[in-house]
Design a protein around this ligand. Sequence first.
Ligand code: SME
Length: 150
Amino acid sequence: MTVKKDKIIEEIENIVDEEKELVSKLNDICLHLHNELPGYDWVGFYLVENDELVLGPYVGEPTDHTNIEFGEGVCGQAAERKETFLVDDVKQEENYLSCSPKVESEIVVPIFKEGEIRGEIDIDSHQKASFGEEDQKLLEEIAEIVGKEL
Ligand code: SME
């Protein structure tokens, strides 16, 4: 996906450079990833507020998990470990918060600013093992771009 990755990064940088509110930029990033990449069925941001993860802009089915403690679920574990968490089969993950029975795999990438975790990008797929190293690299690059805005 090298060519595609470069194009996506370019578009993310364009979105971030626009004169818009942060939430609107994050929403545009969700839409772009959801529309461009197969398997990106639910794309959303969680932002760290008062030491918990609070749901920000997202594209996909509504979720009950609007506030997640560190350590709780895949999102909370990624926040606690401060590293990307990739789950090939969510049914095998004991510490998992289900948003929809359709979801089969998930990737969560932390967003840092000045070494502090400030948020996460969370992607769910309706297929098993949808995400690999290329997705991780792409999303970590996007997290770095977004981190500067938070
Ligand atoms: N599955 C996540 C919860 C967030 S939803 O995917 C939108 C988790 O286990 O933390």
